[in-house]
Design a protein around this ligand. Structure first.
Ligand code: NDP
Ligand code: 8X3
Length: 250
């Protein structure tokens, strides 16, 4: 029987590419985001390949999260949860950073991930079946200048990933993280608040990862046999060696 995956942040970048690849492989989809037009477009584009439901909610809003999950048909069984929604907001030294940006990153990347996990994991525990993939980052493995709070949010994802794996082990639920380095998506547009020149500059002069590269890895992770759990995976483009070392002469 086909599996069902719920993907947060499916309207763009890594989440969208994952939705497209999962659809091509017959995985049923529940796609989440806030941009309704993009959710509608995904439903039309992927609906002929697999079953697609869409949910529009802000992951920061815990009532909206539980209402959205509660609105799914009664017989919905989510086999795979891709905790992907997230962004960086701003890039400033710690003395210059904006409190609104800090709230956004911690509320979305950390608390939002927890809200959706809390809405779905108990059903997995009851069924003793499930697979959770947390999208972390190299920013969760090291800290770079002006990355302070974004890095903190992704270090939290790293800790939550480990904690989930420990706590869900007794229930046979697989938990793992995929931690990408630089991926060219709308990520930097969001980080730099629509300053497209600054955003494009992040990926200039080298071949960054594409959203499709990460989708491919996520699909690999979820298609391993049940006894294989990819617990923690870091992936960078060849030009990148760390958050601050990127070879632009390849
Ligand atoms: P994008 O900006 O392209 O996508 C972000 C997604 O998150 C969108 O679908 C957006 O949907 C959703 N999202 C953002 N805020 C909210 C919110 N408040 N409520 C619900 N959904 C929200 O970025 P990426 O695809 O690059 O990022 C996806 C994940 O990958 C993030 O967790 C990011 O931290 C991580 N990552 C990205 C890297 C990169 O270099 N790009 C590298 C390492 C990790 P909508 O706006 O419709 O709500
Ligand atoms: C995104 C990668 O290096 O911009 O998580 O923080 S980085």
């Amino acid at each position: 029987m086909s599996k069902t995956a719920l993907i947060t942040g499916a309207t763009s970048g890594i989440g969208k590419a994952t939705a497209e690849l999962f659809a091509a492989n017959g995985i049923n989809l529940i796609l989440c985001g806030r941009r309704q037009e993009r959710l509608d477009n995904l439903q039309s584009a992927l609906g002929s390949k697999t079953n697609v439901l869409t949910l529009n909610f802000d992951i920061r809003d815990r009532s909206a999260v539980s209402e959205a999950i509660g609105s799914l048909p009664d017989n919905t069984e989510i086999d795979i949860l891709i905790n992907n929604a997230g962004n960086a907001h701003g890039m400033d030294t710690i003395d210059q950073g904006s409190l609104d940006d800090w709230d956004a990153m911690l509320d979305i990347n950390v608390k939002g991930l927890l809200y959706i996990s809390k809405a779905i994991i108990p059903q997995m525990v009851e069924r003793k079946n499930g697979h959770v993939i947390n999208i972390g980052s190299t920013a969760g493995k090291e800290v770079y200048p002006k990355g302070n709070v974004y890095c903190a949010s992704k270090h939290a994802v790293d800790a939550i990933n480990q904690g989930m794996r420990l706590d869900l082990n007794a229930h046979g639920i697989r938990v793992g993280a995929v931690n990408p380095g630089l991926v060219e998506t709308e990520f930097s547009d969001v980080r730099f608040k629509g300053d497209t020149d600054r955003a494009e500059n992040v990926y200039k002069g080298f071949q960054a990862l594409r959203a499709e590269d990460i989708a491919d890895i996520i699909h690999f992770v979820v298609t391993r046999p049940y006894h294989v759990n990819i617990a923690d995976l870091v992936v960078m483009c060849t030009a990148q060696a760390s958050s601050t070392i990127v070879n632009k002469n390849l």
